[in-house]
Design a protein around this ligand. Structure first.
Ligand code: AKG
Length: 263
């Protein structure tokens, strides 16, 4: 299937791919930073079905909100070439509202069932919200690349979510007909490419059963003038990364170029 690479077709397709956004050097540095984070993840104590306590290694699918904790990831979220891509979709006034490193290790990387992003985020109101999925490793069908169902965001429907058996990353899913599933597009990316998807599009990914890791960095951005974030409810600070926010009352952290991402 030919993927959409035309930002002008984002509104109709619900996603768009941008190639060669980060160079090899930037990707190698991001991988170094990622490896360090994974190594530092503490083991987890769990109680199994038989009531026995076990200590298991932490899963690298769960590296949430690194941009709040570390300058490196905050800077990456402000990378001019990444923001230029987002600007083509959302316009010039941009907020960074969340991020998540989703790393599927070789041979047992977790699946992510069909879902929409927007209905999850109760503290965020509006439709001009997108996710950038930046490939830190080559991401293919074999190692569980993201799949999207083009046009499924149309009319911004809020689809019912059901609990899963719990063996996937999110623990919930939207039930999708075979007909819809047939239209799914695997978003295969080389390291340094990125895709952008609408917050209402149906997307997910299969388990990674290959011998190659699949690491992606998801960064969530919103139009600063049409989206409202309830800062009392939202679990992380909101950063202003480009342009103006007409209705802002000084509650966003300013990361625009004249300001520092080190704070
Ligand atoms: O990493 C994936 O396969 C899916 C990512 C995802 O669900 C998201 O970005 O919302």
């Amino acid at each position: 299937m030919r993927l959409n690479e035309d930002p002008l077709r984002f509104q109709s397709e619900g996603y768009c791919v941008f190639r060669n956004i980060l160079d090899q050097e930037a990707i190698l540095e991001a991988r170094r930073q990622l490896d360090r984070l994974i190594k530092a993840m503490p083991d987890k104590t769990i109680v199994d079905d038989m009531g026995k306590t076990q200590v298991v290694p932490a899963r690298p699918e769960h590296l949430v909100e690194p941009h709040v904790k570390e300058t490196f990831w905050r800077r990456l979220c402000c990378h001019p070439r990444i923001l230029d891509s987002v600007e083509k979709i959302l316009g010039p006034d941009l907020l960074l509202i969340m991020s998540h490193l989703i790393v599927k290790p070789p041979s047992d990387g977790m699946a992510i069932k069909w879902h929409q992003d927007n209905p999850y985020w109760h503290s965020v109101e509006g439709t001009d919200i997108v996710t950038v999925w930046l490939a830190l490793d080559d991401s293919t069908v074999q190692n569980g690349c993201m799949k999207v169902i083009p046009t499924s965001h149309e009319g911004y429907p809020e689809l019912e979510m059901r609990k899963t058996d719990g063996r996937d990353l999110l623990g919930v899913e939207v039930q999708v007909t075979a007909e819809l599933e047939e239209r799914a597009a695997p978003v295969e990316l080389k390291a340094g490419d990125l895709s952008i998807h609408d917050s209402f599009i149906l997307h997910g990914s299969d388990a990674n059963t290959s011998d190659r890791r699949r690491a992606g960095y998801t960064m969530r951005y919103a139009n600063a003038n049409t989206v409202h974030v309830d800062l009392a409810e939202h679990w992380v600070p909101v950063y202003q990364v480009r342009g103006t926010a007409k209705n802002a009352t000084g509650e966003y952290i300013d990361l625009r170029p004249t300001h520092s991402a080190d704070g």
